[in-house]
Design a protein around this ligand. Structure first.
Ligand SMILES: O=C(O)CCC(=O)C(=O)O
Ligand SMILES: [Fe+2]
Length: 364
């Protein structure tokens, strides 16, 4: 891509670029922001040096990417509720020293985050970003295919419980119920497929039995740590990083114990994530409790009718499975492998969109 208003120096072939040739406190035309946006979509995280942003300029940069959030976690700069202060006295880990994307527990996670270093330790406190498009594309074909079928629940209270939060911090749970997103999304601007599970907020796959799901989640959370997908940034005072929260995960290194570190951040453009590669109608029903998975013998009229899984909804509390098609007597005549085969077939059938099949056959 050609740029007229800014200079863009790539840091790796896949992720990260340093932008120069612009004063973010004195942006002269919307065309400058347009080029900054394009540089971001292309490089997934972009960095600026020596930009002592005024709160107004920081907010203007945020607005260039969309609606700004008022964040309930962090204190804000006085008079500027959209500019969050992320400060660490160096006494304890900030809990951002884990790979994550921001706020994926929301129905609409922010698409872009913009961070400025206000006070940094003399050494240490770097931040790393990893490209989730590269991480997805580098997987083997069958794994990529399977992931397109999966949904995952993101849950702030699960995350906070694991981090040992209590008291006031836990009040945030109440306003943020868990949310299901596709495990892979189409990037809202570029359309590229990006892995969309992370080690802080993602609790489980909703349509994979827990026993496999836990292992798969662990595997993916480890996979994205491959240095091949990463860029690492050494902050200076007034460095600015803008990241594409849909296409990356980040990790704030906590190696500066005893030193202070303070950043200002805006998060913007709440965005409903989507996956075009899989039609809504083909989504299988969620399996919630492996141990309680009903056998065909139990699947009788006493069970409620199956409800389709709707991505983008809060998860249901109870698994809802299809009703059985063979009666108990006939099931009892089967050997164990035959019984398992029948269950597998009925499971597969129960995940089909019967309405769609009926419509198609009506047209034949
Ligand atoms: O402090 C940093 O470098 C990043 C912290 C973080 O996770 C964030 O601002 O979203
Ligand atoms: Fe973060």
């Amino acid at each position: 891509m050609n740029f007229r208003h800014i200079e863009v120096a790539r840091m790796t072939p896949t992720i990260g670029a340093v932008i120069s040739g612009v004063d973010l406190n004195a942006v002269k035309s919307p065309a400058v922001y347009e080029e900054i946006r394009n540089a971001l979509w292309e490089n997934k995280v972009i960095f600026f040096r020596k930009q002592p942003l005024t709160p107004q300029a920081h907010a203007a940069l945020g607005r260039a990417f969309g609606e700004m959030e008022k964040h309930e976690f962090f204190p804000h700069v006085e008079g500027h509720p959209e500019i969050q202060t992320i400060a660490n006295t160096g006494n304890k880990s900030p809990d951002t020293d884990r790979w994550h994307a921001d706020c994926t527990f929301r129905e609409k996670p922010n698409a872009v985050s913009i961070l400025r270093a206000v006070e940094i330790p003399p050494s240490g406190g770097d931040t790393l970003w990893a490209c989730m498009n590269t991480a997805y594309e580098a997987l083997d074909g069958p794994m990529k295919k399977m992931l397109l079928e999966l949904d995952a629940e993101h849950d702030i209270s699960y995350a906070f419980r694991r981090m040992g939060y209590t008291g006031e911090a836990r009040q945030l749970d109440a306003g943020n119920p868990p949310y299901i997103h596709p495990a892979v999304i189409n990037h809202p601007v570029t359309g590229k497929l990006c892995l969309f599970v992370n080690s802080i907020w993602t609790k489980r796959f909703t349509n994979l039995v827990d026993r496999y799901g836990e292992n798969l989640l662990r595997l993916l959370n480890e996979w994205i740590m491959k240095p091949d997908f990463q860029v690492r940034f050494r902050w200076e005072q007034d460095s600015v990083a803008i990241w594409d929260n849909m296409a990356t995960q980040h990790y704030a290194v906590f190696d500066y114990a005893g030193q202070a570190r303070r950043m200002h951040r805006v998060t913007c453009e709440p965005t409903k994530v989507r996956l075009d590669a899989r039609p809504e109608a083909s989504r299988p029903a969620p399996i919630e409790h492996f141990g309680e998975r009903p056998t065909m013998m139990m699947m009788d009229a006493r069970l409620p009718a199956p409800k389709p899984a709707v991505r983008g909804e809060a998860p249901r509390s109870q698994a809802q499975r299809g009703s059985g098609m063979l009666d108990d007597t006939r099931m009892q005549l089967l050997s164990e492998p035959e019984r398992r085969a029948v269950i597998a077939v009925f499971d597969a059938i129960s995940s089909l969109d019967l309405g769609d099949i009926a419509r198609r056959s009506a047209n034949v």
